[in-house]
Design a protein around this ligand. Sequence first.
Ligand code: CP
Ligand code: NVA
Length: 298
Amino acid sequence: MPVRHLLTLTDLTVAELRQVIDRAIDLKAQRARGQLPPLLAHKVLTMIFEKSSTRTRVAFETAMAESGGHAIFLSPRDAQLGRGETIEDTARVISRMCNAIMVRANSHEAVERLAAAATVPVINGLTDRCHPLQVIADLQTYQEHRGAISGRTVAWVGDGNNMCYSYIEAAVMLGFNLRIACPLPYQPVSPLLDASNVMVTDDVRAAVHGADLIVTDVWTSMGQEDEQSARVAAFAAYQVNQALLDLAQPDVVFMHCLPAHRGEEVSAEVIDGPHSVVWDEAENRLHAHKALLEFLIG
Ligand code: CP
Ligand code: NVA
């Protein structure tokens, strides 16, 4: 059997995605009862972070520790990767010692090269193209709060970025309607945009009208810092605030992968208000990653 990777959400089948989400909910309940099964006893995960992280790193380290395994943190500064050792050689060496590799990289192509040379599962912890781990946790969070997401309407508001790309894949896999509100120059690129349940518009009010879930993310992602002022201007009309929330369903849920910038992509009253589930969403990174690790290497 060829080794399984998670580079993008569609590396899972729909059944596998549902299985991971259900298992994450189950593991969360077990943990609340004080049960921490040794699902990953003696397993070691190497994590390579080319970019900053709070949630992804803490979730994976905690998931490994609570499951009887261990996680190793590497930044390119410490690893020989940062001194010119090739991605392929790095992948081969880590594969000889560890059970899986998690990587957060500037370039998606670099993660594809790593996976091509690795003989253990490679997990994408965010690239310039997509962020599948976060969307698995988001799907878990929606299911916990409102039940099945299939057939529901999700409004993505803001940048057509890596998170947006993974939402497009999720919409096609799980059959929810996805309305992406984004100014023209920043609209997403994906082979899946032709799907009948996905639409892109620059009309943010139309996108959120009647929505069951509103999701946003920073206007300036990691690596785009030079574009900050142009982006703040381009996205000014796309802030998720109370006026926008009022157009959605009365029980609309608000999500943000975090870190957030209150007063930019979201108002404080929304992210800290009664429709926001961002803290559950952040916590669910732990449970979702445990379930995924169990699926890949347990
Ligand atoms: N949402 C997310 O991936 O957070 P970190 O950048 O803190 O890992
Ligand atoms: N789109 C953001 C997500 C951070 C978790 C970024 O890439 O910086």
